[in-house]
Structures are given as structure tokens and as C-alpha cells.
Design a protein around this ligand. Structure first.
Ligand code: PLP
Length: 399
């Protein structure tokens, strides 16, 4: 018997589809602006010096044993300090439940599974648009998804009024997935004042906030500033949940290292919640991988290495901010019929350019430049050497 005869081929992941087309292009000048992984100004992947030093320090140690189900405890402790602040009341009161996860994706999946088990009828509101995998993760976790108005296409900026309206109109006690910083794919974040407004509106309706923080430090170059939204919510009295990833900000993409945490009402609740996080993790993957946790913990627990990391993450963010400025400058010159302030107003790895799918197709066909069809440019792929070419090609396809 052929058991799998009726298995249809799954739809291609939009990002991987771009990579395939890019690889198949024989033009030696081809450029890939699709993938969300940092590159230096020569277009090369980067291993941070603080990570190299951490590798040196852990090399040869006895560390092939299993971690506990919840991962490396010291790593989780450092991670929640980074997310909520060293002096956070919730940490002092020992009421943050946290486990090590398989990077940001694994954290989001734990959130979805936790919701499915302990808030089974709740829907999760998430911004339109959002990282496409959020939809897959919450769907497979068995959580119903509802769109949350977020982005205004005509101005390429935040639709704050619509966002607040959706928050106010949602049934009391609804769940909201929010990007803590560097919203993917739009690069549009609320200002601190707008976050305060969002927090107050959500508190008034007893909504729950789950922050996906995949880019702390990578957006502004300052980990504290990038974590400001979460602190605004904590100060207002929200008990939030948070997904952290060290893929982008520490360049540990393939190590699959992240942390999932829920701020609880008290210590007893934390014990219960953390035990249930582990109960979900155990049948899925037993325990998370050790190497990335050891690396991150080595960096974060040594003040000198941590300071070096802050410097290096700022270096990556600054290069991207610099490229935004250059791209805007060239676009204003090449395509002055449009405004390009959104290129520098947006933040993080991606620039939501406002190009149509047809224009993106033309960029690929006529200029060998590849990106997602929603017009999202990965700024990590933009360099001093290619920024002018990109702007000129964009000007041609939008003319
Ligand atoms: N969340 C957002 C918004 C992202 O953009 C990403 C990566 O692109 C992730 C989560 C998860 O990434 P990873 O699983 O590699 O940490």
C-alpha cells in the first residue's frame, strides 16, 4: 500500500521561493533583498566578536549533556532581565515564568500552544500585515486569528486611530500579538506616546499583550530603547508575555536560541505556569539545545562581554540606519515624484517600500533584484556598493 499517495505538495514558503529564483538567476550582478539575515557592508554574514570570545570560553567544556526541559536557567534569568529591565518589579518579586525556546519561532509556538490549552476560546488579534509565519504558528497551535488594523498604505505609516478602534471594539479580555520593536514586515513602530495610548486602551478592556521581540537592540541600536514598549505596559500594570530571539541581535540564527516568558500575578502562579510551559515542551522536543544558550549566557553574564555586545549590535543597527539614509537620498534624486521619508522613518531590518507586486516582479526580471512581492526590502542586503543601483532600478520600475 502506498500510504502517502494523496499527499499534495505544500505551498512554497514565500521567502524560500525568492531564494530559489535568486539562485537560478545567472546574472553575476544579481542581488537578494529577500532574506532577513544581517550582512556587513561587503554583503558577508557576520559572527560577532563577543560570540567568538564566548565560543573560546566554552570550548572544551563538558557540555554534551541534556539541558532540563526548560533549558539553561541562568540563560533564562539573563534573558528576562534584558526584556523587562534589571530592576523590574516582576523579576524582584519572582513572578516571571520563563523557558528557553527554539528561537523566536519556538517561543511564539509555545505561546500559541499555551493559549490553546489554557485560554481555549480566545482569539489572537495580530497586526495586518504581520510576519507571515505568525499565521502558520497560531493556526497550527489551534488558535483562531483575527486581524488588527495597523498599517496605512497611503502614508506607509501607523494607522494609530484604526488600531485603537480595533482594540476598543475587541471583546474584553482579548489576546493581542504585538511586535515589541522593528515591526516585520513594515518597519513601522508606534512612538512611546502611542505605546502608552495602546497600553491604556488595552488595560481599560483587560486585554492581554503578547510581545514578539525578535529584534531587541537591532532596531535603534539600543536594547533598552527597543524594549521600551514592554516597560510602558509593565508600568501600567499589565502582566504581559514575551518571546525573545537571539537570531538577529546576536547573529545566532542557526543556533535556534530564544526565551519565552509570562509575567504572572505572583510567585505561586509563576511556578504553575512555568510547569505547564515545560509540560508543553516535553512531548514536542524534550529539551532545547545547549550550545546557543551557553553562548548567550556567557555574553550576558559577563559585564565586559555584554558591553561589547551592546557595541556590536549598535554597529549592525547603525549600518542599517545609514543605508536607509543613503537609499532615501538616492530615491529622492532618482524618483522625486514620490515622497521617500518612510524609508528613514521605518526601523529595523525591513523597509516596506510601497512597491506593488508587479513592480517587484519587474525588479527581478529586468534588474536581477529579488525581494518579497509585498515590496519589502531587507535592508541587511543593502550596501554602500549596491544602494545606488537599487534606487535607480526602483525608480525605473515605478516610473
Ligand atoms: N518574529 C518575527 C517578527 C520575526 O521577524 C522573526 C524572524 O524573522 C521571528 C519572530 C523568529 O525568528 P527566529 O525563529 O529565527 O528567532
Amino acid at each position: 500500500k502506498d500510504f502517502w499517495a494523496d499527499v499534495p505538495e505544500a505551498p512554497k514558503d514565500p521567502i524560500l521561493g525568492i531564494t530559489e529564483k535568486f539562485l537560478a538567476d545567472s546574472n553575476p550582478q544579481k542581488l537578494n533583498f529577500g532574506v532577513g539575515a544581517y550582512r556587513d557592508d561587503d554583503g558577508k554574514p557576520v559572527v560577532l566578536d563577543c560570540v567568538r570570545e564566548a565560543e573560546r570560553r566554552i570550548a572544551g567544556k563538558n557540555f554534551m549533556e541534556y539541558l532540563p526541559i526548560g533549558g539553561l536557567k541562568a540563560f533564562c534569568d539573563e534573558s528576562v532581565k534584558l526584556a523587562y529591565g534589571e530592576d523590574a518589579k516582576c523579576i524582584k518579586e519572582n513572578r516571571v515564568a520563563a523557558v528557553q525556546t527554539l528561537s523566536g519561532t519556538g517561543s511564539c509556538r509555545l505561546m500559541a500552544d499555551f493559549m490553546h490549552r489554557f485560554a481555549p476560546n480566545a482569539k489572537c488579534f495580530m497586526p495586518t500585515p504581520t510576519w507571515s509565519n505568525h499565521h502558520n504558528i497560531f493556526r497550527d497551535g489551534g488558535v483562531e486569528i483575527q486581524g488588527l488594523r495597523y498599517y496605512k498604505e497611503d502614508t506607509c505609516s501607523l494607522d494609530y486611530d484604526a488600531l485603537l478602534e480595533d482594540i476598543n471594539n475587541a471583546p474584553a479580555g482579548s489576546f493581542f500579538l504585538l511586535h515589541a520593536c522593528a515591526h516585520n514586515p513594515t518597519g513601522v513602530d508606534p512612538t512611546p506616546e502611542q505605546w502608552k495610548g495602546i497600553s491604556e486602551a488595552m488595560l481599560a478592556k483587560s486585554h492581554f499583550a503578547f510581545f514578539d521581540m525578535a529584534y531587541q537592540g537591532f532596531a535603534s541600536g539600543d536594547c533598552e530603547r527597543d524594549g521600551a514598549a514592554i516597560k510602558i505596559f509593565l508600568d501600567d500594570g499589565h502582566n504581559v508575555a514575551c518571546s525573545q530571539s537571539y537570531a538577529k541581535n546576536m547573529g545566532l540564527y542557526g543556533q535556534r536560541i530564544g526565551c519565552f516568558s509570562i509575567v504572572c500575578a505572583d510567585e505561586a502562579q509563576k511556578v504553575a505556569v512555568e510547569s505547564q510551559m515545560k509540560a508543553i515542551a516535553r512531548p514536542m522536543y524534550s529539551n532545547p539545545p545547549l550550545h546557543g544558550a551557553a553562548l548567550v549566557n556567557t555574553v550576558l553574564s559577563d559585564p565586559q562581554l555584554k558591553a561589547q555586545w551592546f557595541k556590536e549590535v549598535k554597529g549592525m543597527a547603525d549600518r542599517i540606519i545609514d543605508m536607509r539614509g543613503k537609499l532615501r537620498e538616492h530615491l529622492e534624486k532618482e524618483a522625486p515624484q514620490r515622497t521617500w521619508n518612510h524609508v528613514t522613518d521605518q526601523i529595523g531590518m525591513f523597509c516596506f517600500s510601497g512597491m506593488t507586486p508587479e513592480q517587484v516582479d519587474k525588479l527581478a526580471e529586468e534588474h536581477s533584484m529579488y525581494m518579497t512581492r509585498n515590496g519589502r526590502i531587507s535592508m541587511a542586503g543593502v550596501t554602500s556598493g549596491n544602494v545606488e543601483r537599487l534606487a535607480k532600478a526602483m525608480a525605473t520600475v515605478i516610473a
